[in-house]
Design a protein around this ligand. Structure first.
Ligand code: SAM
Length: 765
């Protein structure tokens, strides 16, 4: 891409960079003309779309390495990475390669089928085991896997047939016995439950009794375009929306500058594979040929572009359907005109590349001209703003086993309940939900189905808004605004970015030089954002301050308001904010000197981190780091996020002072709180681990709201540490976890957070 960009003449770059959506037909055809005359461009299309010129090429050795990598990732529950490795292996594995007496491609399909089953993608699991059987019809494990998928999909008759085939093909006696046992279980299930009931309970994850979609309607807003609002008062944790994807692909692909799906979680860099929503995906989407016939573009181009390709193929393969029909039908918003010139050029080039690839490899009957290109660019711009990353909880292993393992090691569970992206999709109706940094709804997925639930009581007429990524408590206002402008090209108008809130004031603040004062001192960059809020909403801050964040949490309002009045002094109707001056008592802090001190302190702490990685910690390194911590604590505000992060170091500090070597412990700032608890657990200092967890929960409750999901994740850790200490307070923590997760996932909590079931049982005992 970079090479091609460099070959585009400056005049065309300028024209494309300045274009609006109305100019697209002419800008794209000018660029098309230019690129088609470049031999380098022709070569690129050949490399991407011609299987003989395959960039990756078929290579058994590479396929075996990727298979091994996939197996390792699978074992460590790195499911997104395992999925990417198996899919890449499938692309490069020669069709006739043999590995351990089995066809390699069939084995890879089988491994991926097991993985899909694990993460709840039953249709994909069924499809991949079918593919394995097409290649190796006598593959007992593939029959067994297909039987498992069929059983969980409620297709009991097929499942029984598959298990019988597996049993007759299986050579080992143990294997036969195992299949026999599972077969009996399935026969029992078939007998005891009607097929309909099974489908409702398992395939639909038990949500059938829950009414939804009655309570919301589409509205038009002055500052955010169309949006969704409540038609009646909606209680907390109500299901307000449920939807299947319009188009879907596994998340990731090459990171494409600004182009990522909105998610609220991490972004994936896995390669795209096919996760189709159709029952017969291979036939429906010719680009799927890439997996076994060696076309490269779906593996090379960014996921958003491949998703656009999928929609184009789908639209043109349906009779009477055209791209403009699809654009009309989707009716999605886009922000082409607002995006930066560089991204506009990339979109133009990708549109040309995509249509050329589709024509070469899929026989797409779509002329490549200004009209089709401008439609493709609009489609890509829509995907950019509206696609969603499908995420699954990483730890989906049987929780009791994990706990048993931990218990037998004498450790507590401190692994985070991390979410991993497994797909990227367009949900047509859900695209109408606007963003808020203080969201009142929460989106989650069961397999590919999207669910949206209220996380607080929503009164009639209120907008229903979810977070596209950043939230109050996680980033300060300026960083959230920058993120949303970069990724989605809009200036956020949500209540979190337009009203004062405590988090934004303390997240990156300095403390007051006066030791008896808990007020905050802000820098210019933060003040600009906060003044913007005050200018836009000039009412007295007391009235609008933190209540909106705290609806439904009356007990804590008093605490947080007390905190708020401690950090800043409300001055009737105005708030005077000046860089370097305490918002409460007005004392002055020299910010330049403070910055110098902090940078120096961080350099000592980084040295300690390096020492920990090298597993040699000298006394001096420790002493310097401890002093540095003191400086950080006396310079930054107590609720500054970096102070919380610097606590991590204390863990190592104490551990190392106790003469304990910390093995294989890698410090990553983003996982600092996790690391801290884990470090204490590693050195069997569960009391300190508990203290840290409680402290970090206290900070997080102030930065977010007291029952935010982030606190739920921390509470799981606290509960597991308390269980290790036989601390009866574990029951309260577990109950609190239950309250928080029920708020976000309603009755689906057991599917999303399997630990929850186990924790509840322990609490009950
Ligand atoms: C996924 S769409 C949401 C539906 C959209 N409002 C519509 O009319 O189709 C995202 C777009 O909505 C607008 N939007 C969503 N949340 C917003 C917010 N908090 N502030 C300003 N604009 C917002 C932006 O234009 C953004 O690109």
């Amino acid at each position: 891409m970079e090479k091609i960009k460099c070959l585009v003449p400056e005049s065309i770059k300028r024209m494309v960079g300045e274009s609006s959506d109305e100019d697209l037909a002419s800008t794209s055809s000018t660029l098309l003309h230019c690129l088609l005359n470049l031999p380098q461009f022709q070569q690129m299309i050949d490399d991407l779309a011609d299987s003989d010129n395959s960039l990756c090429g078929k290579n058994k050795k590479v396929a075996l390495e990727l298979k091994q990598k996939g197996n390792e990732s699978y074992l460590t529950a790195e499911y997104a990475s395992a999925l990417a490795s198996y899919s890449q292996a499938l692309r490069v594995a020669p069709m006739d390669a043999v590995d351990m007496n089995k066809n390699l491609v069939a084995t890879l399909f089988l491994n991926r089928a097991s993985l899909f089953h694990k993460i709840g993608f039953l249709t994909e699991s069924l499809r991949d085991s079918k593919r394995a059987l097409q290649i190796s019809p006598a593959y007992a494990k593939a029959w067994y896997r297909r039987g498992k998928a069929n059983a969980d999909l409620g297709n009991f008759k097929d499942a029984v047939n598959d298990f019988n085939n597996a049993k007759s093909l299986e050579l080992s006696l143990d294997g036969k016995r195992h299949i026999e046992t599972e077969l009996n279980i399935i026969l029992e299930r078939q007998k005891s439950t009607s097929r309909k009931a099974v489908q409702e309970n398992e395939n639909c994850f038990g949500h059938v009794d829950e009414p939804h979609q009655l309570k919301i309607s589409q509205v038009s807003t002055p500052d955010k375009g169309r949006g969704m609002a409540s038609k009646c008062d909606i209680p907390q944790a109500s299901l307000v929306h449920q939807e299947e994807p319009y188009a879907l692909i596994q998340a990731g692909g090459k990171p494409f500058s600004n182009f990522q799906g909105k998610t609220g979680t991490k972004e994936s860099h896995a390669k795209p594979v096919d996760l189709c929503s159709d029952s017969n995906p291979v036939e429906c989407f010719p680009e799927h040929k890439h997996e076994c016939l060696g076309v490269n573009w779906p593996a090379i181009l960014p996921t958003d572009i491949v998703l656009a390709g999928r929609i184009l193929v789908k639209s043109t393969s349906q009779r009477y359907s055209t791209v403009s029909n699809v654009l009309c039908d989707l009716g999605l918003s886009h922000s082409y005109t607002q995006i930066d010139p560089e991204s506009k050029l990339e979109l133009h080039i990708y549109a040309i590349v995509l249509l050329c690839c589709l024509q070469h490899s899929s026989g797409l009957e779509l002329p490549i001209n200004g009209v089709s290109l401008s439609q493709t660019i609009i489609l890509m711009s829509q995907i950019r703003v509206n696609s969603m990353a499908i995420v699954q909880m990483k730890s989906v292993d049987d929780p009791p086993d994990q706990f048993r393992k931990l218990a037998s090691n004498g450790d507590a569970l401190t692994s985070s309940l991390e979410q991993v992206p497994v797909g990227q999709a367009i949900y047509k109706a859900a695209s109408l939900f606007n963003h808020s940094c203080l969201p009142n709804i929460h989106a989650y997925f069961l397999s590919r189905t999207l669910f949206i639930r209220t996380t607080e009581y929503v009164s009639t007429g209120c907008p229903l808004e979810l977070s596209y990524g950043p939230q109050v408590g996680q980033l300060d206002c300026k960083d959230r605004l920058r993120y949303l402008a970069d990724k989605y090209s809009f200036q956020c108008q949500c209540r979190g970015c337009s009203q004062l809130n405590l988090s934004d004031l303390v997240l990156n603040a300095f403390c007051c030089v006066n030791h008896n004062c808990a007020g905050v001192v802000l820098e210019n960059t933060i003040i600009n954002g906060e003044t913007h809020k005050l200018n836009n909403f000039p009412r007295a801050p007391e009235k609008q301050k933190f209540d909106s964040q705290l609806q439904g949490h009356k007990l804590n309002i008093v605490d947080i308001n007390n905190m708020a009045s401690l950090v800043l002094k409300f001055n009737n109707s105005s708030l005077q904010i000046h860089p370097g001056f305490c918002l409460y008592c007005g004392s002055h802090r020299d910010l330049d000197t403070s910055h110098e001190a902090i940078n120096k302190a961080w350099s000592y702490i980084k040295r300690l981190q390096e020492a920990i990685i090298s597993k040699y910690i000298s006394g001096n390194t420790l002493l310097d780091a401890s002093r540095a911590l003191g400086i950080l604590r006396s310079t930054l505000h107590a609720y500054n996020k970096s102070v919380a992060e610097s606590n991590t170091i204390t863990a190592f500090d104490i551990a190392a002072q106790d003469g304990i070597t910390i093995l294989d412990f890698y410090v990553h700032p983003v996982q600092a709180e996790d690391n801290l608890a884990q470090a204490f657990c590693l050195v069997r200092d569960f009391h300190s681990a508990r203290e840290h967890c409680q402290e970090s929960i206290k900070i997080l409750q102030t930065l977010y709201d007291p029952d935010h999901i982030v606190i739920g994740y921390e509470m799981v850790k606290l509960a597991s540490i308390q269980l290790s200490l036989d601390d009866p307070a574990a029951v309260d923590s577990i109950n609190h976890v239950g309250v928080i997760f029920a708020r976000y996932f309603g009755p689906h909590v057991d599917f999303i957070v399997p630990y929850q079931r186990f924790l509840k049982r322990v609490a009950h005992r």
